[in-house]
Design a binder for this molecule. Sequence first.
Ligand SMILES: Cc1ncc(COP(=O)(O)O)c(C=O)c1O
Length: 455
Amino acid sequence: MKTYDDILGLIGKTPLVRINNITKQHKIKAKVYAKMESLNPGYSVKDRIGISMIDWAEREGVLKKGGTIIEATSGNTGIGLALVAAVRGYKCIFVLTEKASTEKVRYLKGLGADIVVCPAAAKPGTPDHYVATAKRISEETPNSFYPDQYNHPENPAAHYRTTGPEIWDDTDGKITHFVASIGTGGTISGTARYLKEMNPNIKVIGGDPYGSIFKTYKESGFIPEATPYLVEGIGQNLPVGNANVSIIDEIINITDRDSFDLARQLGRREGIFCGGSTGTIFAAALKVAAELDENGLVVFIVCDTGEHYLSKFHSDEWMKEKLLLEPQRINAGLIAETKDGSSPKELICVSPDDLLSDAFAKMTEMGVTQLPVIEDHRSVGSLKESRVLTKLLGDRELLNSKVGDVMDASFPVVDVDTSLNEIKAKLQKHPAVLIEDFKRITAIITRSDVLDILK
Ligand SMILES: Cc1ncc(COP(=O)(O)O)c(C=O)c1O
């Protein structure tokens, strides 16, 4: 029989997958391979350290039967630890920051863990910081193990023992460049140590978000003030024990925009559905690969699955809110769905049989300056405040007329997939456009709705 004794047997031995379409577009001659850590049973690179730190604690007698594992995590290490805890019967408490996606929090709860959430803005060393909170809870909990992934030697050691040799063997020793991110630093430090022992010419590159300290810290020894960024799980505002920056040859800063854009491209163009930190790493890998000839062989880490971020950067709505969505992805449906709070979300309209006085009162009450006239879900005309006022100045009695007798032509009608550019062109001639979906007018887009996107 070909079976596994438990889920933990599936950790590691992840494949290398060649990147084709994106490298071709960038005219890259070197071979670029993704190390598919998202195929681990907890869907991230951190499964490797979950089991190695727990094995250590059991060996050393730190973790005893029925004990509790307590850790500060951006989510993935928690998942790696929780898998082992589920199989071996430990309890888990994980301390996360508000930045962790809802998907990761629910996943951890699904694996039976208890969750404590700390403010993302809490500074290291303050009592509310997630690391200080995890430490405090572990001190207060009897028979508990606090792995401390930032300093535990079994974190880089797991990658030295497994990730490094797998990459070396699977490339037949031909790897020339290794690219990873730096969160705790375990992946990059442990893998780099093995690879450089096998061949000191292998270059190791770290992808780091703008706002994190690692690049400046490596290049000057100075610790700059960190600034916020949106990518999860990587970068730091202080040096950490397991991030051995001296083994890294170069650190490349990457913007949130490029990280999310490239992570999304990996899904759409290579079928590799990944998280934002993989986008940071892949952006750095492409920069490195662009400088190489056909003898270059770049391996980069796919840290985790995109499923952890369905409500974040894999959502067009979230990307639009953060002003990060590529303009070509913005269409009529998305604009209507994500109108900001100042414009009414529901369609405000009148019927041709309504009295103009009622229509005018509706405009004033709802604070709108135009109204579509709808009959049987179709657009039959429009009312614009300035035109109505001009007509009323000439003849006040018109207030008692029906809308159908005084209305103007309908606003242009588009479908949900109409692009932002087409909508912008129509709004240069008309104050609004209407969206038709399944033969019903469902929404209106005004000039101010589009200006909100372009701000
Ligand atoms: C999504 C994600 N990417 C990358 C990393 C970085 O890995 P490491 O801590 O080994 O530097 C982490 C670490 O938690 C992570 O959660």
